[in-house]
Ligand binder design. Structure first.
Ligand SMILES: *Cc1c(COP(=O)(O)O)cnc(C)c1O
Length: 432
């Protein structure tokens, strides 16, 4: 039996309708931007394997760091104990984040990082004697993961209909999605500000936090907003004593051209969530980093005010060692400078694509380029996306359109020539 046949007998895949899905592709190895299947066909990983890969596949120094750590200490309980990889990673993260973000809480993935942030914000208010602050503000179309808290906060992404009645309600703001030469953006932003004022008045003292994916909503369709807009939102909300949580699970570690999106926004959130590229794409690990005043609100003489959260593998040493190695590589490779060069190639090629009439809403930031195929439904399962995906794969391109949105998010080790070659193929497929 082939690997694929055996898979089909035993495995349940994520976000997959088994009835209609094509057979999975068995990947045997990865190197740099390429993944190789069992017939040695190469695929250019233009979506960084669901947005987690940073430096390219099977990067040797990270592999070595994991190996070395595994021989020394593979895992230890993190309540009442600590270890060097966890401390070193916390220090390395603080060194590249705004100084006000001081307390690093470890968990396993993006969704858990969000759960931790939600619970921190909620218990922060509770510990301070403000238990009526139960509400969360979010943007329509936001996505924050698949566990119950993150589903609730991302309900408007429309991925979770069956669970709607089971999730807490959130206050949803219109999201002013924008692109090159968008003429209506000022109007869209004004509508959001108006909605914020209405909510602040109506729910005075009842809102615990605002949760936002800064600059780009990922799973919602690579939807961009303007940094100045978000800066004003954050300032307004913080002035109303509402915590601001940045979900930088997708945007962190250079994706948007700066180390974190918050730098371009020019604000410091009260809590930040990081995960996807944290280990360079090797191991599941996440952090939720909070300001000191939040940490302080959990101090007390009894256990009641302590933060009630932890996972079996909290701060797994292998993950922490991989993350430390990944951060060193980012600096060593001067990755941000390289990402800005990739951004230029994106800009040039997307501009060319948009000369074709049915390609609209072009947008580029850092490693991310996106455009929409016109006249298609914007549904996640839109047929156009499925058709294109199959065609891309045939041509050796791993791309996974979100509805009618085609986007690229390659690891930064891609060369200009490799990126141009990918665009040449994409052009032939999307121009019909
Ligand atoms: C992927 C993602 C998450 C969830 O992360 P998982 O590791 O898949 O649980 C949360 N927020 C954003 C912005 C994401 O892109």
């Amino acid at each position: 039996m082939t690997l694929v046949t055996r898979d089909k007998h035993s495995i349940w895949h994520p976000f997959t309708q088994v009835q209609t899905a094509d057979d999975p592709i068995a990947i045997v190895r990865g190197e740099g931007i390429y993944l190789y299947d069992e017939h040695n066909k190469a695929y250019v990983d233009l979506i960084s394997s669901w947005w987690v890969n940073l430096h390219g596949h099977s990067e040797p120094t990270i592999a070595q760091a994991i190996f070395d750590q595994a021989k020394t200490l593979e895992q230890v309980i993190f309540s009442g104990f600590t270890h060097a990889p966890a401390v070193e990673l916390a220090e390395a993260l603080k060194a590249i984040l705004p100084a006000a973000l001081t307390r690093v809480f470890y968990s396993d993935n993006g969704s858990t990082a969000i759960e931790v942030a939600l619970k921190m914000a909620y218990q922060y208010a509770y510990n301070r004697g403000e238990p009526e602050r139960k509400l969360f503000l979010t943007f329509e179309g936001g996505y924050h993961g698949d566990t119950f808290g993150s589903m609730a906060i991302g309900m408007s992404s429309n991925f979770f209909k069956p669970f709607e009645d089971f999730c807490f309600e959130v206050l949803s703001l219109p999201y002013p999605h924008t692109w090159w030469d968008d003429e209506d953006i000022a109007e869209k932003e004004a509508a959001t500000f108006a909605a914020i004022e209405t909510y602040l008045q109506q729910y005075d003292g009842k809102i615990a936090a605002l949760m936002v994916e800064p600059l780009i909503q990922g799973a919602g369709g690579m939807r961009f907003c303007r940094p100045e807009f978000l800066k004003r939102v954050v300032q307004r909300v913080q002035a109303a004593s509402i915590l601001v949580i940045f979900d930088e699970v997708m945007t962190g570690f250079g994706r948007t051209g700066s180390m974190f999106a918050l730098e371009q926004v020019g604000v410091v959130p009260d809590i930040i969530c990081l995960s996807k590229c944290l280990t360079g794409g090797f191991l599941p690990l996440a952090v939720t980093i909070a300001k000191e005043f939040i940490f302080d609100a959990f101090r007390g003489e009894t256990f009641d005010t302590a933060f009630m959260h932890g996972h079996s593998y909290t701060a797994n040493p292998l993950g922490c060692a991989a993350a430390c190695a990944s951060l060193k590589l980012l600096h060593h490779n001067n990755a941000l400078a390289r990402i800005r060069e990739i951004e230029k190639v994106h800009q040039q090629r997307v501009r060319q694509l948009c000369d074709k009439t049915h390609i609209v809403a072009p947008r580029v930031l850092g490693l991310i380029a996106a455009f929409n195929i016109d006249n298609a439904q914007s549904d996640y399962h839109a047929q156009i996306g499925q058709t294109l995906k199959a065609e891309f794969l045939k041509q050796g391109l791993l791309l996974r359109p979100l509805g009618n949105t085609v986007y690229l998010m390659p690891p930064y080790c891609i060369t200009n020539a490799q990126l141009h070659e990918a665009y040449d193929k994409i052009e032939k497929i999307v121009i019909f």
